[in-house]
Design a protein around this ligand. Structure first.
Ligand code: AHR
Length: 511
């Protein structure tokens, strides 16, 4: 080598270039000069069904419980949800909604009939949590309410009377009943859905038939400022969206879409915490399908509603695994790990990026069911990795979406590859918030940012990451996953660079 000093120099130079710390593999351009749609805070919505211990034990323990509570609502849960700035909660289901008769859940608790929860474990539902309890709970945590009406086993009259009971300030039999039950003022409930999964547990209907049912119900749902929601497609049932938009699009404000992430398929859901990198990869790949679904359903909606008046509402999403060993299979109780944090971060980025059409999403479900933000066991409460992602992402609520261009490395496993980094950005009160997911569990990602149309002075960040892909928070143990300050972001000469840790969800704020 000594004979060829020039070759030696070139070799050292190349080595330096390829190993230089901070050398960006990912380039992100944020177009602050081309602001997009408002990111409706409802994209950060939740779903609470009468299923397992979501309502009973999770939200509601009753006033006589020795678990600290405010009028029967768990105090620890109330304060954790307030911290999350929960914008809205969908209730009472899910499949449960189409078996629910709201009059069973009003009046003195001792007189409320008990029913069998036929979908979820066949357990007794004593109706002690009904309309008043749900709406009082929403008032307590300061969020909007979203009520899902019963179409499958209900009637137009039952639905229209529920709307009247809740929202009317007139003199009527329903408002008289409400006052007798202790509530003078109407509640301000904006969001109302006509049935749930009407293609499945909500009645096994065809889209043409349901479109007419929707038109019928919607004609008798009258309240000022109401946001009417049609029961939308399952996954990639594009025909459903097409028929509904064609036949009833002008009578709705929103149409739903349901898509759950299962690691492989419904027969191979696997454990929430015991999995390897193959399963990690597959879960994230399945999550990224949300981008395709939202894009394709939106394109169909564009044909019938080019002005984008009707919202696409992903009112059920999240990971669905095998239930925790030893728990009731009908209760859908599962743990939540670092993998779920990535799933939440990716989905929320997708929704932010499609804020012109996606106006709401509801993670399934808020407490103790599927991809929950909170788990409870008697007096104990655990905040899951998903909780911390929602907490970081709340900066996007009602902010203005900023278009993002991303050039990044691939995360490859075997013969399959995905983009290693997933991202969205928004601006609110002069602060740009960028949320990034590094899907690669083995490699950090060096990122350089370019921000068009804005001068930068200050950066800060937060991160959710963990030691292992399946790290999780458990009862009675120190938290393994939470939010930490992110030290890996720098600003120098107006240029921002960051190093995203492997398997991380990161918030960077610029101003
Ligand atoms: O979230 C659990 C169930 O999944 C809901 O009740 C139903 O709508 C969906 O199939």
């Amino acid at each position: 080598m000594k004979k060829y000093p020039c070759i030696q120099f070139i070799f050292i130079l190349l080595l330096m270039i390829f190993t230089l710390p901070g050398m960006a593999q990912t380039k992100i351009t944020i177009h602050a000069d081309q602001p997009g749609a408002k990111i409706d805070k409802a994209i950060y919505g939740h779903f609470a069904e009468h299923l397992g211990h979501c309502i009973y034990g999770g939200i509601y323990v009753g006033e006589k419980s020795d678990i600290p509570n405010i009028k029967g609502f768990r105090s620890d849960v109330v304060s954790a949800l307030k911290d999350l700035s929960v914008p809205l909660i969908r209730w009472p289901g899910g499949c449960f909604a189409d078996t629910y008769h709201w009059k069973d859940g009003i009046g003195p608790k001792s007189e409320r009939p008990s029913i069998v929860n036929v979908h979820w474990g066949g357990v007794t539902e004593d109706n002690s949590f009904g309309t008043h309890e749900f709406l009082d709970f929403c008032e307590l945590i300061g969020c909007d309410a979203y009520i899902n009406l019963n179409v499958g086993s209900g009637s137009v009259r039952e639905a229209s009377e529920w709307v009247e009971y809740v929202t009317s300030s007139n003199e009527s039999p329903m408002t008289k009943l409400r006052k007798q039950n202790g509530r003078d003022k109407p509640w301000n409930v904006k969001y109302w859905a006509v049935g749930n999964e009407t293609w499945g547990c909500g009645g096994n209907m065809r889209p043409e038939y349901y479109a007419d049912i929707y038109r019928n119900y919607s004609s008798f749902m009258r309240a000022p400022g109401m946001y009417k929601i049609a029961s939308g497609a399952n996954v990639e049932d594009y025909k459903w969206t097409e028929v509904l938009m064609r036949e009833a699009g002008r009578m709705m404000n929103g149409i739903s879409l349901h898509y759950y992430t299962v690691p492989f398929d419904w027969q191979r859901k696997g454990s929430a915490t015991n999995f390897d990198e193959v399963v990690w990869f597959s879960t994230l790949l399945k999550t990224l399908k949300m981008e395709e679904l939202v894009t394709k359903h939106s394109a169909i909606m564009d044909q019938f509603d080019p002005k984008k008046k009707v919202g696409l509402l992903v009112d059920e999403w999240g990971c669905w695994y095998d239930v925790e060993p030893g728990t009731n299979p009908g209760f859908l109780y599962q743990q939540s790990s670092m993998r779920d944090a990535l799933v939440a971060g990716i989905n929320l980025n997708i929704f932010n990026n499609h804020a012109d059409r996606v106006r709401m999403s509801n993670i399934a479900q808020m407490i103790n069911v599927l991809q929950s933000v909170i788990l409870t066991k008697d007096k104990e409460m655990v905040l899951t990795p998903t909780y911390y992602v929602f907490k970081m992402y709340k900066e996007h609520q009602d902010a203005t979406m900023l278009p993002v261009e991303i050039k990044c490395d691939k995360y490859t496993l075997g013969a399959q590859s995905v983009d290693a980094v997933n991202c969205s950005a928004s601006v609110k009160n002069g602060v740009v918030s960028i949320t990034l997911c590094n899907l690669d569990p083995n490699k950090s990602q060096d990122v350089s940012f370019e921000l068009t149309g804005m001068k930068l002075n200050k950066v800060s960040g937060k991160v959710v990451t963990a030691e292992k892909i399946n790290s999780y928070n458990d009862f009675g143990k120190k938290e393994e996953v939470s939010i930490a300050d992110f030290k890996g972001v720098k600003i120098a000469g107006g240029k921002v660079t960051a190093q995203l840790p492997s398997k991380s969800v990161v918030l960077i704020q610029l101003q």
